[in-house]
Design a protein around this ligand. Structure first.
Ligand code: NCD
Length: 325
């Protein structure tokens, strides 16, 4: 049997060839991804972390933007499942010589990768590329559009700590305007029945955000009241042209998470941040490093498991122990 026939999709379970965003995924599909990831967490906590579900398959990681956590965890995820993993970064590719995105995609496609993991600075670029290649494409972040695996790893982290997503009150605070993380999290949390509050200065949080089905706050103290999860966003200065803020010092005063502001959230609220963190800009070290409240290291651990789950599901090579919860 050819490899393509063996890697059949899962009818009625995960109805997509690619993972380009959270928008459009059903609660059942999100639950399947999270349940599969739970099994991967167990695998990753063993001494021998290697399996062979993806043996014979090729995964290419194509990153047009810098990344530490996302690229490393996709690489580890593929290797732990037994795939052959190739990392391509723009610095060492022909893109530096002027090759276009689609020419690069076609070149890589000719090498028959089963999965392409792509990060690109332009919103929509990953979707465009997905239309041109044969294998499955996973969006590892496109511009300020979506970052689906980040939202999935955040959801997995929350679900394992709180036992559910349904009914939780989640505050997402900071630079919403430039954040693909926030957008994907909003889609996911809304789909799973959580309530989302967005907290940011008006320059970084246009009123139109309310159309995403969230409550908008410009006063952090009011927005944090009673929240179960406080998710901080990095101030993405590399995406800002012009002045969005008077100064980072003033930003921290009004929107930086410190112990005093955190005290307004639910007494058992957890703190999250996708990383990389700007300490003293959007988050104070005292709360970021609080082992009782901060889930930031756990998010990184869950990132590997979630990316393994995405690879298994998109290649149709699911493990057997993934029961519905
Ligand atoms: C995020 C990203 O790249 O969108 N980081 C990540 O993937 N862990 C968030 C950010 O860069 O602030």
């Amino acid at each position: 049997m050819s490899r393509r026939l063996m890697t059949s999709p899962l009818p009625g379970r995960f109805g997509h060839k690619h993972l380009l965003g959270i928008e459009g995924l059903s609660p059942d599909e999100i639950t399947l991804l999270l349940n599969t990831a739970d099994a991967c967490v167990e695998q990753n906590r063993r001494v021998d972390k290697k399996q062979s579900h993806l043996r014979g398959l090729t995964q290419i990681n194509l990153f047009f933007e810098d990344s530490t956590r996302t690229r490393t965890s996709f690489e580890l995820a593929g290797k732990r499942l037994g795939a052959d993993v190739i990392n391509m970064s723009v610095q060492h590719s022909s893109i530096k010589k002027g090759e276009t995105l689609l020419d690069t995609a076609m070149t890589l496609n000719a090498m028959s990768p089963d999965v392409l993991v792509v990060r690109h600075p332009n919103s929509g670029a990953v979707q465009l590329l997905a239309q041109k290649v044969t294998g499955a494409v996973i969006n590892a972040g496109d511009g300020s559009h979506e970052h689906p695996t980040q939202a999935l790893l955040d959801a997995l982290t929350i679900r394992r700590r709180k036992g559910r997503l349904q009914g939780l009150l989640v505050a997402i605070c900071g630079d919403f305007l430039h954040s693909r993380v926030a957008r994907s999290n909003i889609y996911l949390l809304n789909a799973m029945g959580a309530r989302v509050r967005l907290i940011a200065p008006p320059t970084l949080l246009p009123r139109e955000a309310e159309r995403l089905g969230v409550e908008v706050f410009h006063d952090m103290r009011r927005g944090l009241a009673g929240c179960d999860i406080v998710m901080m966003l990095r101030l993405q200065q590399e995406r800002m042209q012009g002045a969005f803020l008077p100064s980072t010092r003033e930003y921290f005063h009004f929107y930086g998470l410190d112990a005093e502001k955190l005290a307004l959230a639910h007494p058992e609220a957890f703190i999250m941040h996708p990383g990389p963190m700007n300490r003293g800009v959007e988050i104070d070290s005292e709360v970021a490093d609080d082992i009782h409240r901060s889930l930031i290291a756990e998010q990184v651990e869950m990132g590997v498991a979630v990316r393994m789950a995405c690879l298994e599901i998109l290649t149709g090579r699911l493990r057997n122990d993934t029961g519905a919860r």
